[in-house]
Design a protein around this ligand. Sequence first.
Ligand code: 5GP
Length: 189
Amino acid sequence: MKLLEDRIRQDGVVKAGGVLKVDSFLNHQLDVALLEELAGEFYRLFREEGVTKILTIEASGIAIAALTAQKFAVPALFAKKSRTSNMAGDVYTAPVESFTHGVTYQVMVSRDFLRPQDRVLLIDDFLANGKALEGLWSLVKQAGATAVGAGVCVEKAFQPGGDALRNQGLRVEALARIASMDETGVTFC
Ligand code: 5GP
């Protein structure tokens, strides 16, 4: 998606360790008008799929997931990284190794909010090694629900997650796919 690629070229900052910083518009400070355009693109890509729920992981997926949910007129659900005392009922859990922090979280969602009849669209800001989406997909499977696919804003295609998930049969759509990046800039696929 040209709009997102242009914005990454303009405001993205490449850090050491294969990390792209986009915190001025995507996952810290939020350019809501841009996010709404991205959400509209996810809607265009998945509108035939009978989506009943959007699922993401806290914290940086929540904003784009919420705007996407609004396009589909369905709830947005986010997997939590720690249990809170007021979490409803039993939970489904899955381990997720964090790309940016290196630690493994047990992410969880309440069983009340994922049902076997749900058709779930997974949404996240980034796809790198695929651990976040794998964990979310596992929660969907545990609930007996269907994952219709995954929409990510940025796929770092030089890292293995996207290919691994597609090979496992998940439809993965990325709005910007990065072939390579270094301190001189970003090259898109
Ligand atoms: P994965 O689980 O696919 O290895 O990594 C995806 C998760 O790690 C996303 O939820 C995202 O928050 C974070 N992440 C991965 N790569 C990057 C990156 O280059 N920049 C930022 N800001 N976050 C990233």
